[in-house]
Write a protein that binds this ligand. Sequence first.
Ligand code: PSU
Ligand code: MN
Length: 304
Amino acid sequence: MIDLVLSSECRAARENRRPIVALESTIITHGMPYPQNVEVARQVEADIRDGGATPATIAVLDGRLHIGLETEELDALARTRGVAKLSRADLAACLATGGTGATTVAATMIAAHHAGIPVFATGGIGGVHQGAESTFDISADLQELAQTPVTVVAAGAKAILDISKTLEVLETLGVPVIAFGQAEFPAFWSSKSDHKAPLRMDDPAEIAKAHRMRVALGIPGGQLVANPIPADAEIAAATLAPIIESAQDQARQHRITGKAVTPFLLQRIYERTEGRSLLANIALVRNNARLGARIAKAMGNPES
Ligand code: PSU
Ligand code: MN
């Protein structure tokens, strides 16, 4: 009933049984300013191709669910201001009303699974916000990881989130959190946090195998792969702490709530770091795209 619109390259990949890596679009519309957003989106797609897989950027355009965007569609989405941010709660309504929107991690997982794509690369996931004990602000991304069988590669969680509460909720929900190549859970701009990751794997083939094992066991939900930012792109946590704190103060002053919170904080942080956080963000998303391609290739090869 849902008519999926596959990009020409995704259609060809599907026909030739080649691995595909899903990409979200909220990072483009709500996570980075224009024109860097479209440049980064293109670069990340190119990294996936270089890694031997096919990129599928996911979005809803005029009420149709797109799996992979053509060049002009990506450009138009990146230029448009005020695009809707679609999470699990909004996806069906947007399709039903002919709207246009960018998909969050949660909505991208739903769409990717619907299209038969088990691997998805992004920058950072949503999680439990600092102060969640009074605001109750917990991203729908966490619930989605608990119920939709997609392996998500991210660089850990931003310091706008409470990392220890985020890890606790993921544990409660039964989501495997796998640090790639190190013991510590990475903290987005920094390769390490003060927290040890529950699981560690060093080989993309093992990550793919664990995904298949969960499916075989009938366990719903996906996996979170936490891939540390490359060392040369790291920003010290102490540099960003005051900026994040002031962004959070402003969010409270402006009474920002609900799905507006994360985009508001991201925007303030970009403004205040004069592009430095953007450079780190670009490096880590590209790194995640490359790992996503390796996992996607292994996923399609049960011998690996
Ligand atoms: N965190 C980031 N960058 C992002 C997002 C989160 O470091 O771009 C985006 C993702 O699309 C994520 C969404 O799924 O924000 C989470 O929003 P919320 O916290 O409202 O669930
Ligand atoms: Mn929220």
